[in-house]
Ligand binder design. Structure first.
Ligand code: ADP
Ligand code: MG
Length: 480
């Protein structure tokens, strides 16, 4: 005698949209509804007759049911629920959610349980698709991140000015060793105070969306180094909030190069101008000189005037001669390997007498082997002359001037060190500007010419000086 033989109960069992079965404790199907027969792919008769129960899929399912029922009874519970993947006779997988009721009255009436089967296949498929989508999204995010990490441009993401992400290039830009050194800090720590106004104005725009346009900033790296950067900002959604992505590039070198080009253009113009003026002055100067000599031999009464005229003419001649050096070809055409030391020796010989008169000793330190640079002999000689002359003029109390030539595979250094009056920091700033001199008879052109020649030889010049102690000029030239 089966339970639910009440016709109302039978009707409810048969018409239920989910699969239902009464299963005995030994695993025989006593009764199934049509929903379950659809679900399992066997007719109701096949399922209850026992023939289908020989099918291993059905057998395995029933074993699971029995096992779970026993476990539920052992734990003195009346309901249990589990998931099961059933292989349908058409060979597709059906995801089932089973709910077993082992009520006292069921157990008593037929020693079995009521099992409800719910088809979760569609749900599972949807879940799987969702998982795949999420995985794809993650992959996209990861490849985006990889792109950022490998980008040679500096990228940072900020929210309200606080850094939330930096890529390795950005770390290198600010000389930081680890992201934790910059994450969480405000960008105004890095951007120089002189650019804070621009920074604030841009931040105010961050509330709008889209591109904010490009900007240049002077930044201060974590170790204090200053750099010039250029870049632009985009507004994006980052982790659910509005954020600014800054993409920046270091243009310090580029700007230095531009400055150099500008300086070199200025020098070229100055050189051309100087050449023109010098030639114009030279001819009248020669004729004035001649006439003064004539006048002087005829007229004896105004001796003092003549002396003044002559000394002034000498001064003009000096300036003209220095200017003419500038008019020499700007770029180094006649270039061959030049032995720097040989030049140094010639110049020392030339200036030794003058030095001795002022109680100055010139001490050269010889390099082990000849040192060669690419260049123009006369121009390089001019450099030595200008530096030695200045050193001697700075040493009215006498002393020593040392000359060193150092070299490695990349460069040759020529170092001129004196024990003269030295220079203040302000004086050093103006070095090389034309006509800036502290001497009564100076022209203020020597160092400008020197710088120009070194520049044309692809080199640079450094000055270190301590007032009342001495000055060191170091020239760096590319090694041959
Ligand atoms: P000038 O020698 O005609 O004054 P320079 O261009 O050679 O012109 O030098 C410019 C100025 O730089 C000098 O007047 C001097 O004040 C300073 N100066 C250059 N070399 C030295 C040095 N070795 N020691 C101290 N001051 C120097
Ligand atoms: Mg000089």
């Amino acid at each position: 005698m089966l339970p639910y033989s009440n016709p109302n109960h039978d009707f409810a069992f048969e018409q239920a949209v989910i699969g239902m079965a009464l299963i005995s404790l030994d695993g025989s199907i006593l009764k199934v509804n049509s929903a379950l027969s659809d679900l399992l792919g066997y007719s109701q008769q096949e399922l209850t007759a026992g023939a289908s129960q020989e099918d291993c899929s059905i057998r395995a399912l029933l074993n699971q049911v029995v096992w779970n029922t026993r476990a539920t009874q052992d734990q003195q519970q009346s309901i249990t629920q589990f998931e099961y993947v059933y292989r349908h006779p058409s060979d597709r997988e059906v995801y089932l959610s089973l709910r077993i009721s082992v009520k006292e009255e069921l157990a008593q009436s037929f020693r079995g349980c009521l099992v409800q089967f719910e088809d979760r296949t569609l749900l599972r498929q949807l879940m799987r698709q969702l998982e795949l989508k999420e995985q794809k999204l993650n992959e996209k995010e990861n490849s985006f991140l990889q792109l950022l990490e490998g980008l040679p441009l500096s990228v940072l993401i900020t929210k309200k000015g606080i850094v939330h992400y930096v890529n390795p290039a950005a770390l290198r830009l600010v000389n930081a060793a680890h992201p934790r050194d910059v994450l969480g800090i405000s960008t105004d720590v890095v951007v120089d105070a002189s650019y804070h106004n621009a920074l604030m104005k841009r931040r105010a725009k961050y509330t709008e969306s889209g591109e904010i346009g490009s900007v240049d900033y002077l930044i201060r790296c974590l170790d204090g180094q200053e750099k010039m950067v250029t870049g632009f900002t985009l507004i994006i959604n980052y982790e659910g909030e509005k954020a600014a992505v800054g993409i920046f590039k270091d243009i310090t070198e580029q700007q230095l190069e531009e400055d150099r080009v500008m300086q070199s253009e200025k020098l070229t113009t100055a050189g051309q101008l100087a050449a023109g003026i010098a030639h114009e002055i030279r001819n009248p100067l020669t004729s004035i000189n001649g006439f003064v000599k004539l006048l002087r031999s005829a007229e004896r009464s105004n001796e003092l005037y003549f002396e003044i005229i002559e000394s002034e003419l000498k001064r003009i001649e000096l300036i003209v001669n220095e200017l003419l050096v500038l008019s020499k070809p700007q770029s180094v055409h006649v270039s061959g390997p030049i032995d720097v030391f040989a030049i140094m020796e010639q110049i020392i010989t030339l200036m030794k007498v003058q030095a001795a008169l002022k109680n100055i000793e010139i001490i050269p330190h010889y390099p082990m082997a000849p040192v060669f640079v690419q260049g123009e002999v006369n121009q390089l000689k001019q450099v030595f002359i200008n530096l030695l002359k200045n050193a001697m003029e700075a040493m009215n109390q006498g002393g020593t001037i040392t000359l060193d030539i150092l070299h490695n595979a990349q460069e040759v250094q020529i170092i001129v060190q004196d024990e003269g009056i030295g220079m203040t920091q302000e004086q050093i700033q103006t070095l090389g500007q034309p006509f800036v001199t502290t001497k009564d008879t100076g022209t203020g052109l020597g160092l400008m010419i020197t710088k120009n020649i070194i520049h044309n030889h692809g080199g640079t010049m450094n000055v270190e000086s301590i007032p009342d102690y001495g000055t060191t000029f170091t020239i760096h030239l590319p090694a041959l």
